[in-house]
Design a protein around this ligand. Structure first.
Ligand SMILES: *[C@@H]1O[C@H](CO)[C@@H](O)[C@H](O)[C@H]1NC(C)=O
Ligand SMILES: *[C@@H]1O[C@H](CO)[C@@H](O)[C@H](O)[C@H]1NC(C)=O
Ligand SMILES: *[C@@H]1O[C@H](CO)[C@@H](O)[C@H](O)[C@H]1NC(C)=O
Ligand SMILES: *[C@@H]1O[C@H](CO)[C@@H](O)[C@H](O)[C@H]1NC(C)=O
Ligand SMILES: *[C@@H]1O[C@H](CO)[C@@H](O)[C@H](O)[C@H]1NC(C)=O
Ligand SMILES: *[C@@H]1O[C@H](CO)[C@@H](O)[C@H](O)[C@H]1NC(C)=O
Ligand SMILES: *[C@@H]1O[C@H](CO)[C@@H](O)[C@H](O)[C@H]1NC(C)=O
Ligand SMILES: *[C@@H]1O[C@H](CO)[C@@H](O)[C@H](O)[C@H]1NC(C)=O
Ligand SMILES: [Zn+2]
Length: 313
């Protein structure tokens, strides 16, 4: 009955959701190792003071003019997703040659991988962050590491801003559509190849990160300083949580919790793979000034046009 992992003295190449240096047993689904036990795992980062995820209170987010647009380098490359793997805690896609900059990050960061968090199908939501108490069905995390560390995440997790995580909520697409969007049909078609822990397959070219992030205005986001959401919970993450969700049809969302297992095919289905909420942190977001000044300008034009008797027709 040991679905949990005991990975002693493993050198961590990607300390994301699923890998922690010198890691000890942790899991989501058993009382003996679920997230209530994580704070006791040495070196006890999970009991720190800037832990993730959090509930984002939209009305309390402080305006910050420095939260400019990001540059997403090669996010349109349809060969950037190289492989997909069942890690036993999530499904992880390895990225190649993609980077981000801007968004008030101190330097360029390499986009190393993305993975997902979910509950139990579209009806039991499992995003990690919540907004004003709302939990979404799923959340996608793109993990980025300072380019100056050249992919060495052991170094990145020792830097309080060594990692930059991009969080995207996923919600059910309205209507009765199935298999939409096409990019998510492409991605989820690989889930059947990685039903068991440790299974990994290559991804064929054909869809890009831009295709997966379809419909999201990436200029609107929340920012706070937090941690990895899995042990060792290193407090090394600049969090960006985008306001608009990706819309994916219900059938594709349901595939995650009905296809993947925590371990072998006899083990439970992988469900409720998210950490519970941690204490609030200061959150920033874009200033509303830009749109306010646009409104003032438009109003001014309107008044001017009324005054001068202009017409738009
Ligand atoms: C996973 O399943 C394999 C095969 O049944 C078993 O040998 C192994 O101990 C299991 N691992 C965990 C962590 O439960
Ligand atoms: C985790 O385990 C504790 C008991 O150790 C239990 O009270 C709690 O409900 C569990 N949490 C989850 C999310 O399963
Ligand atoms: C797309 O990414 C692949 C894998 O990193 C790389 O080999 C290829 O050169 C990239 N294509 C472009 C146009 O950048
Ligand atoms: C997930 O949902 C399915 C179907 O609704 C149910 O049978 C199963 O017990 C649920 N799993 C968990 C862990 O709650
Ligand atoms: C990361 O950097 C440290 C310190 O320079 C070094 O000891 C370690 O071998 C590097 N790890 C990898 C995977 O390159
Ligand atoms: C969804 O499907 C149901 C039953 O098949 C149908 O009654 C309903 O009109 C459909 N809704 C939309 C928005 O297509
Ligand atoms: C899905 O993948 C196929 C190749 O398998 C590709 O031709 C198609 O353009 C992709 N579509 C999208 C929107 O990602
Ligand atoms: C995934 O599984 C399908 C069905 O078994 C198989 O046809 C396909 O070749 C597999 N794809 C990869 C990349 O292993
Ligand atoms: Zn994550």
């Amino acid at each position: 009955m040991e679905w949990f992992k005991v990975v002693a003295f493993v050198v961590c190449v990607l300390p994301t959701a699923h890998c922690a240096s010198d890691s000890i047993a942790w899991c989501y689904h058993l009382p003996s190792c679920n997230d209530t036990t994580w704070p006791s795992i040495p070196p006890h980062y999970c009991s720190g003071s800037r832990q993730s995820p959090i509930d984002i209170v939209s009305a309390s987010a402080t305006p910050n003019d420095k939260l400019t647009e990001f540059t997403f380098f090669k996010y349109d490359n349809t060969s950037a997703m190289t492989s997909i793997e069942n890690t036993g805690d999530t499904v992880k896609v390895t990225l190649s040659g993609v980077k981000i900059s801007g968004g008030d990050l101190s330097e360029q960061y390499d986009s190393l991988q993305f993975h997902l968090h979910w509950g139990n199908g579209s009806s039991v939501p499992g995003s990690e962050h919540t907004v004003d108490g709302k939990r979404y069905p799923m959340e996608l995390h793109i993990v980025n590491s300072k380019s100056s560390y050249n992919g060495n995440t052991s170094l990145a997790v020792k830097d309080s801003t060594g990692l930059a995580a991009l969080g995207f909520f996923i919600e059910v697409m309205p209507g009765n559509s199935t298999g939409q969007p096409q990019s998510w049909r492409n991605l989820t078609s690989y889930l059947a190849n990685v039903t068991q822990k440790g299974q990994k397959v290559s991804i064929a070219a054909g869809f890009s990160l831009d295709d997966l992030l379809v419909g999201v205005d990436r200029t609107k986001y929340y920012r706070y300083l937090g941690s990895l959401t899995t042990p060792a919970c290193n407090e090394a993450v600049v969090w960006t949580v985008f306001k608009e969700p990706i819309k994916v049809s219900k059938d594709l969302i349901d595939l995650f919790s009905t296809t993947l297992h925590f371990n072998d095919s006899m083990s439970p289905l992988m469900t409720n793979v998210y950490r519970s909420l941690q204490p609030a942190q200061k959150v920033w977001t874009q200033s509303i000034k830009a749109s306010a000044s646009t409104t003032c300008f438009s109003l001014g034009l309107l008044l001017l046009s009324l005054t001068l008797g202009w017409s738009w027709s």
